[in-house]
Write a protein that binds this ligand. Sequence first.
Ligand code: ADP
Ligand code: X15
Length: 400
Amino acid sequence: MSDISSLGDLTGKRVLVRSDLNVPLDGTDITDDGRIRASVPTIQQLSDAGARVVVTAHLGRPDGSPDPKYSLEPVVSRLSELLGRPVAFATDTVGASATETVAGLQDGDVAVLENVRFNDGETSKDDAVRGAFADQLAQLADAFVSDGFGVVHRKQASVYDVALRLPSAMGGLVAAEVDVLRRLTEQPERPYVVVLGGSKVSDKLGVIDNLIDKADKLLIGGGMVFTFLKAQGHEVGKSLLEADQLDTCTRYLTEAADRGVEIVLPSDVVVDTAFPSGDRQPEPRVVAASEIPADALGLDIGPESAAAFAAALADARTVFWNGPMGVFEVDAFAAGTRAVAEALTKVDGLSVVGGGDSAAAVRQLGFDEAAFGHISTGGGASLEFLEGKELPGIAVLERD
Ligand SMILES: Nc1ncnc2c1ncn2[C@@H]1O[C@H](COP(=O)(O)OP(=O)(O)O)[C@@H](O)[C@H]1O
Ligand SMILES: O=C(OP(=O)(O)O)[C@H](O)COP(=O)(O)O
């Protein structure tokens, strides 16, 4: 696999780096800068090598056109602080501002292009549309470095197509993540427990199929719970629900039982009548998972479930956890996530936390990062890696 040294002397070369700078924001305040910090070493390495560094990244899921709410501008300020040097910011990705900003770089300088997902070519399913956008990105650089581990499972222009158009290399962050995750795929010590939660329900339901073959237990919390509960015939009120995945959930439950794999669902949940927002005081209530009122939505696993999940993790020798158990950003719905994080710190073996929000959660809840075996910057990417899937952003770097 080609690392940055394979690109030769970088002095004066324009190097496009795909980083994952998708950090949680409260307005324009960054609530956890973990992904920016994780991106710094590669950017610094390229700058030290005399390259003119052009960073491309996304923030959130805008609809393919500019939306100030998803601007990378606040991220650029933080990156500049962490690098200890000015960072130029282009207010578009491949337009006049980008061209001018890149042309103005001196050797060792760093620039960030505006959110790459402000362009519909980035995430298009049409190869030609994505390719045309990748052509424009490629024109801004002489070489490409893929360092956004959190997006290597996305077949997107700035992750995949641009690597077909420029001499390309893998950044140190992606290489380091892959090294650790490989340990989980190659004969993990058993019991091997996977904990899933979060809000990207449709992305993550799909991975369960393959994980049933690999893990001994699957603990399900977060927004994914409710599609399973509904599949079991329970009402879930206003909770997150993927109505078209009910049959899939039923099949998973049957398959897991057939193969002797335990899928553990919460027996109780913390509900409220509205999603937390603004000044509204949360009114958390614990109810049985089978009795979610019609006017309520589930926002955390309940205390009985948290204790059951901790017990299920107590004898694990390998654990992978992606996705908070609840809306941990609000204290009233953070207890389930806290309990799972606590249980992971006690694992006698390898414990890995993956995902932007999961990593943010353990830090925000005050856990010492050193208490975990590894904190990965990618949630969906880690899960797909553990499933044994080919990740487009890695495969494209490994092709002959
Ligand atoms: N029951 C729930 N309903 C709605 N959102 C939830 C629920 N549980 C967790 N979440 C939200 O899931 C988000 C994180 O999900 P996700 O992006 O899938 O995780 P990660 O970034 O770790 O991969 C958090 O912002 C959290 O508030
Ligand atoms: O936040 C991310 O992934 P994660 O929530 O799976 O950790 C990455 O930045 C990828 O974002 P995406 O899931 O919108 O493609």
